[in-house]
Design a binder for this molecule. Structure first.
Ligand code: NAD
Ligand code: UD1
Length: 316
């Protein structure tokens, strides 16, 4: 069996990946459950769960020195841009320092590692107006989250160039789908929307808070396409030492997205407008040609992905 380590593996993307891989491989998950949930993980004897923090040097040294991994996916992070603006010091420890610690431990103990894949973000491109974003576009990080992701990503790729550690990085655009936790005000916008539609369907009083005028746009990518991308990047020789945009190549404005869901569910979600969030990016869309060269085939448009998500939540 192939051995995988997934940090942040009880979270949204991590648990989807862990459940997929543990069908036929051995998977170790480390998560402190600050955002993720143990229930996201299927019960499976191939899957071992460790409740702990990636910033815990002792724990990480033990895990990395006592196991041999073929692949590591480092997904643990505070995923919220807005939270990093509120708590720059705390988020820096998780979003940056844990990466450097992991890289050093891998360099020391994981000589046979086939690939470490780091989850970077489209947030690093910031508000420079040229679209779509290519991997070599201008980088203009606007928030602590984006600064940490870019710095960490560069370290990850440098460890390949400098020390021969097998690394790659992915720059996720806005990922959505089942198991994304909607409970924090900092959660991904689609998970919050789906939660509000559920309340509406149950006859509860609810409203969605829209920051800004709703014209901001995002390249929303369904989690199943993201899993395809992660596995391709991890196993492609051409991806060594490189970074890849992961998106769909198409963006949709937030208010248009709400119209799409209103139409599918034949309801009208009440909206409360508030001022734009600090550090919020106006428009974001990926150029995915580099990923396509690895063989990536997008399976879900936003309409298809949203429908699948709404079906899985029993909304349609
Ligand atoms: P998520 O919050 O669901 O998953 C992150 C997981 O990391 C959570 O389960 C959380 O409990 C865990 N975690 C947080 N701090 C930890 C710590 N100190 N030690 C161990 N575990 C810790 O978010 P996600 O959407 O699944 O994001 C996964 C990764 O992808 C993150 O690195 C995020 O920054 C990145 N990313 C996500 C998106 C997106 O749209 N969802 C876009 C770009 C990048
Ligand atoms: C998201 C990810 C981040 C990732 C980035 C890549 C999360 C929580 N954030 O950030 O990890 O690096 O994509 O592009 O997954 N909004 C509202 N009302 C709400 C919540 C959000 O109007 O209740 C708005 C926001 O102001 C923003 C848009 O929706 O304009 C998207 O917000 P969010 O889902 O938090 O994503 P990003 O900030 O783009």
């Amino acid at each position: 069996m192939t051995n995988y380590l997934i940090t942040g593996g009880a979270g949204f993307i991590g648990s989807t990946l862990a459940n997929h891989l543990s069908k036929e491989n051995s998977v170790v998950v480390i998560d402190d459950l600050s955002m993720g949930k143990k229930e996201n993980l299927n019960k499976n004897s191939n899957l071992k769960f460790i409740n702990g923090s990636v910033t815990d040097k002792e724990l990480m040294t033990e895990v990395l020195s006592q196991n041999t991994f073929d692949y590591i996916f480092h997904l643990a992070a505070i995923a919220s841009v807005a939270d990093s603006v509120e708590r720059p010091v705390e988020t820096h420890q998780i979003n940056f320092e844990s990466v450097l610690l992991l890289l050093e431990l891998v360099r020391k103990y994981q000589k046979d590692l086939q690939r470490l894949v780091f989850s970077s973000s489209a947030a690093i491109y910031g508000d420079e107006p040229t679209l779509p974003k290519k991997e070599e576009s201008v980088i203009r990080p606007l928030t602590p989250y984006a600064v940490d992701k870019f710095a960490a990503e560069q370290y990850v790729l440098d460890y390949n160039h400098l020390y021969g550690v097998n690394t790659s990085a992915v720059r996720f655009f806005n990922v959505y789908g089942p198991n994304q936790n909607p409970e924090s005000p900092y959660s991904g916008v689609i998970s919050i929307l789906v939660d509000r539609y559920k309340k509406l369907k149950n006859g509860e009083e609810t409203q969605f808070t829209l920051f800004g005028d709703g014209s901001q746009s995002r390249d929303f990518v369904f989690v199943e396409d993201v899993i395809q991308a992660l596995l391709l990047v991890a196993t492609s020789e051409e991806a060594l030492g490189k970074q890849f945009n992961v998106g769909t190549g198409k963006a949709i404005a937030l208010k248009e997205l709400i119209d799409v869901i209103n139409d599918v569910l034949e309801v009208k979600l009440p909206i409360k407008y508030e001022s734009e969030r600090d550090g919020d990016i106006k428009d974001s869309v990926a150029d995915i040609s580099r990923l396509k060269k690895l063989g990536y085939k997008l399976e879900f448009s936003i309409e298809e992905g949203i429908k699948k998500y709404l079906v899985s939540e029993d909304l349609v």
